[in-house]
Design a protein around this ligand. Structure first.
Ligand code: FAD
Ligand code: DLZ
Ligand code: SF4
Length: 510
């Protein structure tokens, strides 16, 4: 009797563990393009088109390799539940097999469907990560604080990555962050933008046509320029190109921001890693090799490996560790609605306008833009975290809940009260001015706080400190701004608090 193997839109690897467990002679592989999955978040058109095109191309590979495949194109089925019922009406299966999905929601849907069908369901760990949710749980057990740095060091040792000996990291230090905080200074020429892989890509064109026909909910963004690829062989080329041409400068300019360059020296590999087109192992191995062959310096290689082996693995474990109720947390009790410029980019704040225009165009913004521009503003303007998370889940090509939620709710919004981040990532216009070229061309001035031309980030920053002192004062890393706030005279405090409230009230016209 056959097993039914489900492969989801973010599991497109030939090393998929459920696929590996299957028999070509007996078992059936099932994949589906589902209306509900295209509409449950305010997705970017490039995200939906990327996933569906990659699914179709992966399915072709499976068929060429001789697998029996039930592939459902967009328009036939709405939901995972409908898919399970449809498959059961066509055949009898002893078991369902599936690799762990990227969301609690999807896991619950399959558990419910298998239960209803009275069919055993086997989950498999995703082998494209270095670690599993249960290994993270074991590591987390009994720890007062779950900090990425310590998880990262364990994984470096366990997998012997960038290690001189079992306990000694290359260069003698675990962390080169101090060298990795430069604004862009033109010392190195900016990389050329990735080419448009959209307009002459027949598979992508066919998918866009199907999306326009079947997905009724309007999608976010544009797709006239599509810098992404949709097959593993091309994703590998993109990775190799990054390692050769941009990795050497990745560390130095990791935190830099530019008005007219959305990508700088970043790798642009997150959509491929998150859908199974690339594995974390090969990304780290290639980066390590670049260091060993003296093609990239240690600060760059360690900086990159810290993102993939450190942050990405930690975030994955953390998401499953926190469980399905995590998304409801709202430590600061912020409840203002998301401003409409998060969708339209229509604001005079150039840092926000430029970031959101980039997202509309590419479904992408690099980490510091996500954290210190759109995330920082949402936190300072006291926007409801659930609204913010919904936006992040939709608008980025690489967004799946396991990675979006801890980054947005935990890291950017401090919505879990510091379980993930050691302090709120907040900054005034001064930081943005130091790290970018936005402020030079903005109608607001980062040097002013109260006047009509004052940068809104400034009064919002102090308004945030002023209103949340009691919640922040137990965090030693916040003692400096709290002390500074305390040293302001009452008149200045009052002026900043009322300017901050005014800005929040008039947010739509900023
Ligand atoms: P690079 O800067 O070149 O980094 C290399 C790789 O490291 C990335 O591809 C990614 O796989 C990994 N990485 C780096 N930082 C993180 C991190 N904090 N968490 C997990 N992996 C990391 N990343 C997503 O993949 N999906 C998301 O939905 C997502 N949402 C985010 C939301 C917020 C508020 C913030 C602050 C960060 C978010 N990130 C998310 C993390 C990070 O911003 C992106 O992984 C990165 O910008 C992707 O671009 P890149 O491939 O050019 O990354
Ligand atoms: C995001 C997404 C989209 C847009 N479409 C599909 C789809 O049609 N079929 C599918 O299997 N998965 C899709 N996904 C990914 C899911 O929403 C969800 O994030 C993953 O199934 C979690 O593992
Ligand atoms: Fe952004 Fe303020 Fe700079 Fe304008 S002045 S770009 S709003 S930080």
């Amino acid at each position: 009797m056959a097993k039914l193997i489900f492969i989801l839109g973010d599991q497109l690897s030939l090393n998929n563990a459920a696929l590996k467990s299957a028999s070509k002679q007996e078992d059936v592989i099932c994949m589906a393009e589902l209306i509900d999955e295209c509409s449950y978040a305010p997705h970017h058109i490039q995200k939906v088109a990327f996933i569906l095109t990659a699914m179709r191309q992966y399915a072709e590979t499976l068929e060429q390799k001789g697998w029996t495949l039930h592939y459902h194109r967009l328009g036939k089925l709405n939901s995972f539940n409908a898919l399970v019922h449809h498959e059961l009406s066509q055949g009898t299966y002893t078991e369902f097999s599936i690799q762990y999905p990227g969301e609690h929601r999807v896991k619950a849907l399959f558990e419910e469907a298998a239960n209803e069908a009275d069919t055993p369901l086997t989950w498999f760990d995703n082998p494209l990560f270095f670690s599993t949710p249960s290994q993270f749980r074991e590591w987390a057990q009994g720890r007062k604080q779950l900090r990425m740095e310590y998880y990262y060091r364990e994984l470096r040792k366990k997998h012997s990555i960038l290690m001189q000996s079992h306990h000694q990291p290359f260069g003698g230090k675990w962390n080169y962050d101090q060298d990795n905080r430069k604004a862009y200074d033109q010392a190195i020429k900016l990389p050329i933008l990735p080419k448009n892989n959209g307009s002459d890509h027949p598979a992508l064109k066919a998918v866009i046509k199907d999306i326009n026909k079947h997905v009724k909910q309007p999608l976010f963004g544009r797709i006239d320029y599509f810098p992404w690829v949709t097959q593993r062989s091309d994703a590998l080329k993109k990775l190799n190109h990054f390692i050769k041409h941009r990795l050497p400068y990745f560390g130095t300019y990791q935190d830099a921001m530019l008005h007219n360059h959305a990508f700088l020296f970043h790798s642009l590999i997150s959509p491929y890693l998150n859908t199974g087109l690339l594995s974390a192992h090969e990304c780290c191995e290639k980066a390590e090799q670049a260091y060993l062959s003296k093609q990239a310096p240690l600060n760059a290689v360690e900086g990159f490996i810290r993102q993939v082996l450190g942050w990405r693995e930690y975030i994955y474990g953390y998401y499953w560790f926190q469980g399905p109720a995590y998304h409801q947390q709202n430590f600061f009790e912020h409840n203002h609605p998301l401003p409409s410029f998060y969708w339209t980019a229509e604001t005079n704040m150039l840092c926000i306008r430029s970031t959101i225009e980039g997202i509309q165009k590419y479904a992408y913004a690099h980490h510091i833009l996500r954290l210190m521009i759109t995330g920082n503003f949402a936190l300072l303007a006291k926007i409801n975290p659930q609204d913010v998370c919904n936006w992040y889940l939709g608008v980025f090509i690489d967004a799946f809940e396991w990675v979006e939620l801890p980054n947005t709710l935990g890291m950017a919004l401090y919505g879990d009260g510091g379980a993930l981040a050691s302090k709120p990532y907040i900054a005034s216009g001064n930081y943005i001015n130091k790290m970018s070229d936005f402020c030079k061309a903005c109608i607001y001035s980062p040097k002013e706080s109260i006047t009509d031309i004052a940068c809104p980030f400034n009064a919002l920053y102090w308004g945030f400190i002023g209103t949340h002192q009691s919640k922040l004062k137990c965090n030693p890393r916040m003692s400096m701004p709290i002390r500074t706030w305390g040293n302001f005279n009452k008149h200045k405090q009052q002026a900043l608090l009322s300017k901050s409230s005014q800005l929040i009230e008039s947010i739509e016209v900023l």
